[in-house]
Design a protein around this ligand. Structure first.
Ligand code: FAD
Length: 395
């Protein structure tokens, strides 16, 4: 009765659930957990001020101070702290950054960040050119976890992503490419929910954090498709990382600390060429099957536009820490798409694959987040199902 719930090959991928769990536990998760702690991967350059192009009237985004606040709550202007009955009255409009659990800690070692080249990514709405609005964030000090961001503001973002960008599905269900974009977003959504469940503020008064398995069940496990999409997204991103192995092996991991930088490079090499991984799941996803046929190139262009819209929506997230991880992970997905769909390693302008430093950071951190989520679902899923799954039957 307690046997594995998910069997067989992960849909649209090339490995089965049990193998994914095994290689994640034995190889990927331990390596990724080490890699993301090194200076190269722990600092992310990002513009956190929300320049929302879609809802200029959004109460959150009009309040610049709200968006970038790092100050303790008592330094907040009174109007931002309390409901005022005007534009700031609903839960939607309360400054999320006023909550300590949503505050972004920008403590970084500036020396650690050296620029790479600026190259375009046709899949994302890049805003990462250097200017005064960019900040550098230490990801290790800002874990993705519960922040309290919810209500209409959060709902509007997810709705915009799904309705405007993913549900323009071919009703015949034959359009594999569109389905895949939906699955990537849904998989990322599952992963975000898993992280909220894995690190939840259980008691505000005592600041006690812990797991909330009921949330894991209610938001993810209850819907088997969301679990399947999480595994799919993990394999998709894993494939992009291994496809770019030559590039990532040679990349410049210099942060000014020779010992740590060498370790980063060695660990990356282990990840890229691990024997166990290569034998158990040599090609986690087969990108060659996509964008075939006459309408292929046009479909790819449309999907690129849709994904760029999703990337632009990230600027509308009304919680700074959620915006940080939203932007990072969407950039990571955009980087995976860029790697997998550059023809013969060349982009549309015929250039060989070139990644920005920030893209590499986003890609590897995204893979780590997905790996954590898959591990959490694998380890805690059965107990959560036993405790909260009242539905008889299953998928
Ligand atoms: P939501 O998670 O908001 O889901 C909305 C609707 O989408 C659901 O009712 C369901 O119909 C559908 N849905 C849910 N999951 C899936 C799925 N996997 N696949 C397909 N459809 C699905 N909150 C935090 O506490 N910490 C964070 O770090 C954080 N990061 C965020 C990042 C982004 C980009 C966004 C948009 C929101 C983030 N949030 C974060 C908010 C969080 O995702 C939820 O919106 C919030 O917790 C409220 O949850 P909910 O139960 O209303 O459902």
């Amino acid at each position: 009765q307690d046997g594995p719930k998910y069997h067989g090959i992960v849909e649209d991928c090339c490995c089965d659930y049990q193998t994914v769990d095994r290689i994640n536990e034995e190889v990927l998760n331990p390596l990724l957990q080490q890699i993301v702690k090194y200076p190269f991967f722990r600092y992310f350059k990002v513009k956190l001020w929300c320049d929302c192009p879609f809802w200029p009237d959004d109460g959150m985004c009009r309040l610049r101070d709200c968006s970038v606040c790092e100050c303790p709550e008592n330094e907040f202007p009174e109007t931002f702290r309390k409901s005022s009955g005007s534009v700031l009255s609903s839960d939607d409009l309360v400054c999320q950054e006023g909550k300590p659990e949503a505050t972004v800690d920008r403590t970084i070692d500036v020396k650690a960040f050296k620029g790479w080249m600026e190259v375009d990514n046709p899949w994302t709405n890049d805003d990462e050119t250097d200017n005064a609005e960019m900040t550098y964030v230490n990801l290790q000090l800002n874990p993705e976890r519960y922040t309290g961001y919810s209500g209409p503001s959060a709902r509007r973002i997810w709705d915009a992503i799904y309705l405007e960008n993913c549900q323009k599905l071919d009703p015949s269900g034959e359009c594999q490419e569109r389905r895949i974009l939906y699955k990537l977003i849904s998989g990322l959504h599952s992963s975000i929910s898993v992280h909220i469940a894995a690190e939840y503020l259980l008691d505000e008064k005592t600041n006690m954090w812990g797991q909330k398995l009921s949330l894991l069940y209610d938001r993810v496990l209850k819907y088997p498709d969301r679990v399947r999409n999480l595994y799919f997204t993990f394999l998709f991103v894993l494939r992009s990382v291994t496809k770019a192995a030559d590039y990532l092996e040679q990349a410049d991991y210099d942060t000014g600390n020779p010992v740590e930088d060498l370790n980063t490079q060695l660990l990356m090499k282990k990840l890229l060429y691990d024997h166990k991984l290569q034998t158990a799941c040599p090609k986690p996803f087969d990108e060659a099957k996509m964008w075939k046929g006459q309408s292929g190139p046009e479909l790819m262009k449309q999907t690129q536009i849709q994904f760029r819209n999703i990337s632009a929506v990230m600027d509308c997230i009304g919680c700074e820490k959620c915006r940080l991880w939203g932007k990072l992970q969407i950039l990571g997905l955009g980087t995976a798409l860029k790697i997998l769909f550059s023809e013969n390693g060349q982009d549309q302008s015929g250039q060989h694959l070139q990644l920005q430093r920030n893209e590499v950071i986003a890609l590897v951190n995204l893979l780590n987040r997905l790996s954590e989520s898959v591990k959490f679902v694998h380890e805690m899923g059965p107990s959560a199902e036993r405790m909260f799954g009242k539905i008889i039957g299953g998928p």
